[in-house]
Design a binder for this molecule. Structure first.
Ligand code: SF4
Length: 495
């Protein structure tokens, strides 16, 4: 559900502006606008070119489906529109522009977008612009216009820089516009980003993907890998720290495949250290890592620099080398387990999470058992488990030997139950230990708060004090469930 941000250009002028909400009462963290042209009192419209700004009466509603990358893209899209003079509203009915930032990674997600679009068939207001952004836009392209003729804008993520021009064309009377190029070396950097969380900021450091996993739409929908320069990333991190953010999450479909295009040629592990060294930054996270490009230098950086969080998300997808080959994952079971071993011998305890797919075409019972045995060896702290879902434009679509839906469901249930028990054991080991937690929410129950540890575990804790969201506290673990820790605050941590 979108949120209302009634922030005009005046609020955006100068340096970062935060929306003032009493922190202790907030259930949802307030949002921040950062960007603008510091010291000039002007807001530079992001990527506007010569396109005119909105009149001030235009409003937009933006709904996001899918992953963190999409969430962050939406923050940047919102920043672009705010910089054009649009206001964000929380209902589609009251917006002059309705945008859906879509996900097509699984069939269900794509269907959801079309069913949401279907709601507009009879209710679209006079002059209202309906736009589809993101992966479904890229995947379906102009076909969306025939399936939902009330849509007038279709734009994939590689073309977001053109959004202001596309909107200007619609405002000038064009009926339908598209931005569907993927052959680009541009990244979507904006000068104004409307961020959803005032302490944790997301930063995309690499866009697109050059891997070619046989089940995945991303190389098709997000285009080739394009990395931002280390200088522009560090400059943004410094601005974020000045604006009060203490945690940054570096994002990329394959974040550790980062390749600095500048003369500095900073490695990903060096970038992690440099980001962690920016004064004011207390936590650096990164996701998602590709096993092929995951090396000891990343583990060394985590070991050496406390601000780099002790958590790695390393999708394995299957425990069978045969299935991994069919998926074109570029590593074997043995090679993957070597990466896990690097993490397990580190001096800091590093939590490990993964993604798993069951029911890939040709996956036998034996292959599935190899996935189960991999769980025993890897001892994941968390896993996102999915049934294989065939997607358009992917090589696996044409593979024989599809696994029946019922069998996929059976395997998924077994996998999830096994992983649940592993997580229970891993979390119960932590009872009696204490961890630093960022305070992120207040429960409706009295004296109950929640946040995350550096290892990305959810901690629900008791404190009789009035905590401030965004602060860091020490919490001792008193109980554990498969998905979270329970604890008591034992003190504040040094700032
Ligand atoms: S690494 Fe594979 S699964 Fe991940 S985004 Fe690239 S193609 Fe898709």
């Amino acid at each position: 559900m979108g949120k209302t941000f009634d922030i005009g250009l005046g609020r955006l002028a100068g340096t970062s502006v935060s929306v003032s909400v009493p922190l202790n009462e907030a259930q949802d963290p307030p949002s921040k606008i950062e960007g603008g042209a510091p010291g000039t009192g002007e807001v530079k419209a992001a990527g506007l070119g010569d396109s005119p700004c909105a009149t001030g009466a235009e409003t937009f509603y933006l709904e996001t489906f899918g992953c963190q990358m999409n969430e962050h893209d939406s923050e940047k899209v919102a920043g672009v529109l705010l910089a054009r003079g649009y206001k964000q509203v929380e209902s589609a009915e009251s917006a002059s522009v309705v945008l859906y930032n879509t996900c097509s990674i699984r069939e269900k997600a794509a269907q959801k977008v079309f069913s949401r679009l279907g709601e507009y068939r009879f209710t679209q207001q006079e002059g209202q612009i309906i736009g589809v952004l993101g992966c479904v836009a890229q995947q379906e392209g102009e076909k969306i216009f025939s399936r939902a003729p009330w849509v007038s804008l279709v734009c994939g993520s590689a073309s977001y820089r053109k959004l202001p021009q596309l909107l200007a064309q619609l405002e000038a009377g064009n009926r339908r516009v598209t931005g569907l190029e993927t052959d680009t070396d541009e990244t979507f950097e904006t000068e104004v980003t409307r961020r959803d969380n005032p302490w944790r900021a997301y930063l995309t450091i690499i866009e697109g993907c050059d891997k070619a996993c046989s089940y995945c739409v991303v190389p098709f929908t997000r285009g080739p890998e394009r990395s931002r320069t280390s200088e522009s990333i560090l400059e943004e991190v410094r601005r974020l720290a000045d604006a009060g953010y203490t945690e940054v999450q570096l994002l990329g479909q394959t974040v550790n495949s980062y390749a600095d295009p500048s003369a500095r040629k900073m490695r990903f592990s060096e970038l992690l250290v440099a980001v962690a060294e920016v004064p004011g930054i207390r936590r650096v996270r990164f996701t998602t890592s590709h096993p092929r490009d995951f090396g000891k230098d990343i583990v060394d950086a985590i070991e050496a620099v406390p601000a780099i969080c002790e958590h790695v998300h390393l999708p394995v997808q299957s425990g069978s080398t045969k299935v991994l080959r069919a998926m074109a994952r570029t590593y074997t079971r043995g090679e993957y387990l070597e990466k896990v071993a690097l993490l397990r011998v580190a001096k800091r305890e590093i939590s490990l999470t993964t993604d798993l797919i069951v029911g890939f075409p040709g996956e036998t019972e034996r292959d599935f058992e190899e996935t189960l045995s991999l769980l025993d060896l890897a001892q994941y702290d968390g896993a996102f488990c999915f049934k294989y879902s065939p997607r358009p434009n992917t090589p696996s679509l044409k593979m024989d030997d599809a696994i029946p839906e019922e069998e996929k469901s059976r395997r998924l249930a077994i996998l999830m139950e096994k992983q649940r028990e592993i997580q229970r054991g891993r979390n119960e080991r932590l009872i009696g230990q204490s961890f630093e937690v960022m305070v992120e929410g207040k429960s409706k129950k009295e004296h109950q708060w929640s946040g995350h540890t550096s290892s990305n575990k959810v901690m629900n804790f008791t404190s009789r004090e009035q905590e401030s969201l965004g602060d860091y506290v020490h919490v001792k673990v008193t109980a554990a469930t498969p998905n979270s820790l329970v604890g008591e605050k034992i003190g504040m941590t040094e700032g």
